[in-house]
Structures are given as structure tokens and as C-alpha cells.
Design a binder for this molecule. Structure first.
Ligand code: GLN
Length: 186
């Protein structure tokens, strides 16, 4: 969360931490960070945030989700804990902890054609994978084995990995471009 905030501030954005509906109402975009998706889900529900976030997504609020954040943006979560819910919004099915124990965490250079050169340094930490992407979803990046790890659907972006820990700014710049469009009513 700290890394996202620092990176976004470095790009000129005003950043506030959103924990309650009143704070959500003030922002023009939302980053859902990594962590533990089942915990974020439970906290969001107990703080009365699930319905407001769903409504914000439905109304076109730009959202960028990394790792657990990607899981929370998925319409379908695979291997969730009992009763785990997501906010949804992206027509994708995401499997949690998809890389098994051996490769719990790894770093790789990832080609992201939309972002151009150089490749993205991508850090995966107990990362999920996108197993299904619907017709409206643009696949931004895949691993060499074809596994989908970055997606976009309208103003929603999701990555399985954490660009913010490597100082990679291009996904956040893309998110901020959506924010500017949204704030301008485009
Ligand atoms: N494995 C975590 C989950 O299921 C995600 C890990 C992360 O965000 N780095 O939510």
C-alpha cells in the first residue's frame, strides 16, 4: 500500500487511503493492493465497503488491482476460502495461489506489448493467475507458458504481480490516464 501511494504521488497524484465509504466517495480512482484477498474481502464487508465499491466499479470508477487486488476484481474466484467473495467487475476467473509452493515468489522480465520496451520487472508473491478472460477483457501480458498475468477491461486493470515493488511505473501511469478520463467525464 505504501509503495503504491509513493509511486502515485511521484507521478503527481493526490493519494488518500480509502477505508470507509465517505473516503471512497471523494476519489476518482482506486488501487486495491496486494495482501490476502480473503482478509480484504472480510474487512471490506465488515466496514460496509463491499456495496459501495461494487457500485463505484459499476459506475465506471477506474480501479487497479495488484495480486490480491486482481482477485477482488474478478467475477469468479477459484480456490477461495469458504464463503470468499469478490467485488467483481472484470469478466475473468482467477485462481488464487496458482504457482504452488516451489515458486511461491519469483521475479521475471515480462513483455507487455501495450507498454512497449523495456520489459516489465515483475515480482510475483503467492500470485494468482487468470484462468479465463471474457471477450471484453484485453490480455496485457502472459507468461511463456501462456498463463495470463495482466488484464484490462475498460477502466479496470489487474496484474498478478507487483510492479510497485520494482519501481515500475507504467501500469500506474496507465491507471492514472483512466483516472484523468474519468474525472473529465470521458
Ligand atoms: N495469495 C494472496 C491471496 O490469495 C495474494 C498474494 C498477494 O497479494 N501478494 O489473496
Amino acid at each position: 500500500m505504501r509503495e503504491h501511494a509513493a509511486l502515485l504521488r511521484g507521478l503527481g497524484a493526490d493519494v488518500v487511503h480509502v477505508r470507509r465509504p465517505e473516503e471512497l466517495a471523494t476519489v476518482q480512482g482506486l488501487v486495491i493492493p496486494g495482501g490476502e484477498s480473503s482478509v480484504i474481502d472480510k474487512l471490506a464487508r465488515s466496514f460496509g465497503m463491499q456495496a459501495p465499491i461494487r457500485a463505484a466499479i459499476a459506475s465506471g470508477l477506474p480501479v487497479y488491482g495488484t495480486c490480491a487486488g486482481l482477485i477482488l476484481l474478478a467475477d469468479e474466484v477459484l480456490d477461495g476460502i469458504e464463503g470468499q467473495q469478490s467485488f467483481g467487475g472484470m469478466d475473468i476467473s482467477v485462481r488464487r495461489n496458482a504457482f504452488g509452493r516451489q515458486t511461491e515468489s519469483f521475479e521475471t522480465a515480462l513483455d507487455v506489448p501495450t507498454l512497449g520496451d523495456p520489459p516489465v520487472r515483475a515480482t510475483f508473491i503467492r500470485a494468482p493467475i487468470v484462468e479465463r478472460a471474457g471477450a471484453r477483457v484485453e490480455v496485457l501480458a502472459t507468461l511463456p507458458d501462456g498463463g495470463i498475468v495482466a488484464v484490462e477491461q475498460g477502466p479496470l486493470i489487474g496484474t498478478s504481480f507487483h510492479p510497485e515493488v520494482d519501481g515500475e511505473t507504467r501500469f500506474h501511469e496507465r491507471f492514472l490516464a483512466h483516472v484523468v478520463d474519468h474525472a473529465a467525464g470521458r
